[in-house]
Design a protein around this ligand. Structure first.
Ligand code: ATP
Length: 441
């Protein structure tokens, strides 16, 4: 059986994201900035949930990983040492007719029609283009004040290697994880939030003895794939793809991508790279500080090797949205629903009074206030109940609870399940246990 993308195009997802407040085009009232996006009230909740799920799995639920939050602007020498000043280049081609510039390896992603030439674009020879954003630090703009916005979070980890080792009790093998903004002056930024100029990354550098690196690399390849599956992404639309030697980045010894089957085909979601001892070695050379591991028992000193799982937060969100998006026909009525895993869903439970009178709102408010102590909850009393359910379906809310006249008599409410559409009466006294059963937390 050939696997199909969940949706044919991102268009309905982009429309839903705007309509329901997940993602907006940046500076839209000024015509928008094509390569930047803003998260709206529902989107920001999803983003926090994705980051939280990653941090829980990668840091808090492990004994061998610690966290870090380094600054975006770093010493310019960092980027010389890392190779980004010299090597963070993409070959760029320019259309002779309309001047459109695209990455030479991403020509297929560019608009096919040339506005100035009927026969389509005609691209010239590729030229190299550095992807780092340059700016200046301090009041005087001169060469000495040139700094970069980081194009990856990883270097903040490498330059803090000694600080972490000296201030904690970490023992090899161990990891340092970080989440934060990165910036790349990307040339090809279509496809919604897939590739943008400003984005967030969740990266972890896992340091180990050189002889262990292969085993650790294998472990993290599988572990990272499983993370998406555990959070509800359809495993048929996920795969691991090993890079061919000519695809490897300048620092990488081996690399695999977790790929997802987007509407535009299989594309990278996360990279798992075996970076050898390149980064610590280079920073030792450029800074003059020995970024080594000192084994207290054997007396050995060596530069650890590193495995790096690097995920784009925004790209992960796009996958969760794309995979959850479902259009269904329920007895002749169409419905759009986001079948998010409960951990990812922006709202876990919505509470409705059936009527805006007869004591329903008071009872529903009371329930809502109790539940929001534990969950991100939502209260809604406007419009008919069917419409309220459909709004929550589009927001991806797994559970809706409705207070009606029977509630006032026997203290039960209707629990409606987003995916099965099953409705059943549940006693208010056991509502928390019921929700734990349905949501898993
Ligand atoms: P691509 O070629 O697909 O743009 P990359 O191979 O350059 O990505 P890496 O340098 O391996 O990406 O970065 C690690 C992860 O960060 C990627 O797997 C992706 O999820 C995310 N990422 C990288 N660049 C961007 C971007 N411009 N916008 C959004 N996410 C990005």
């Amino acid at each position: 059986m050939t696997v199909q993308p969940n949706v044919e195009s991102l268009d309905p997802i982009v429309a839903l994201c705007k309509r329901r407040g997940f993602v907006f085009l940046s500076s839209e009232i000024y015509g928008g900035l094509g390569s930047c996006w803003d998260y709206g009230p529902l989107g920001v909740e999803v983003k926090r949930n994705v980051k939280d799920a990653w941090w829980r799995a990668m840091v808090q639920q492990r004994d061998d990983v610690v966290g870090l939050d380094a600054s975006i602007i770093m010493h310019p020498r960092v980027w010389e040492a890392s190779g980004h000043v010299a090597g963070f280049n993409d070959p760029l081609v320019e259309c002779r007719h309309c001047g459109l510039r695209v990455r030479a390896d991403k020509i297929d992603e560019s608009p096919q029609k040339c506005p100035k030439h009927e026969g389509g674009h005609e691209f010239g020879e590729p030229r190299m283009f550095n992807l780092m954003f340059k700016t200046s630090l301090g009041p005087v703009e001169d060469a000495a004040s040139t700094v970069y916005l980081r194009p990856e979070t990883a270097q903040g980890i490498f330059v803090n290697f000694l600080n972490v080792v000296d201030s904690t009790r970490v023992k090899l093998p161990f990891g340092i994880a970080q989440q934060g903004k990165s910036f790349r002056n990307e040339i090809t930024t279509r496809r919604f939030t897939f590739r943008t100029a400003e984005f967030e990354q969740m990266e972890m550098e896992y340091f180990c003895r050189p002889e262990e690196v292969k085993e650790r690399y294998e472990y993290w390849r599988q572990e990272r794939l499983q993370w998406f599956i555990k959070l509800g992404v359809n495993p048929d639309r996920l795969r691991l793809r090993d890079h061919a030697p000519d695809e490897l980045a300048h620092y990488s010894v081996a690399c695999a991508d977790v790929e997802y089957l987007f509407p535009f085909g299989w594309s990278e979601l996360e990279g798992i790279a075996c970076r050898g001892c390149y980064d610590l070695g280079k920073h030792s050379e450029y800074s003059g500080k020995k970024l080594e591991w000192h084994d207290q028992t054997t007396g050995e000193r060596f530069i650890p090797h590193v495995v790096e799982p690097a995920l784009g937060t925004d790209r992960a969100i796009l996958v969760f949205l794309t995979d959850a998006y479902t259009e269904e026909d329920i007895d002749g009525n169409p419905r759009t629903v986001l079948k998010f895993h409960p951990k990812i869903a922006p709202t876990k439970v919505a509470v409705f009074p059936l009527l805006r009178k007869d004591g329903h709102p008071e009872k529903a408010q009371e329930l809502y206030r109790t539940l929001r102590e534990h969950y991100s909850a939502f209260y809604d009393e406007s419009g008919n109940i069917g419409r309220r359910y459909r709004r929550q379906d589009e927001a991806g809310t797994p559970v809706c609870l409705t207070v009606d006249h029977q509630t006032l008599e026997d203290n039960t409410v209707t629990l409606r399940d987003r995916d099965s559409l099953e409705q059943r009466r549940v006693a208010l006294g056991s509502i928390r246990e019921e929700l734990i059963k349905v949501l898993g937390f």
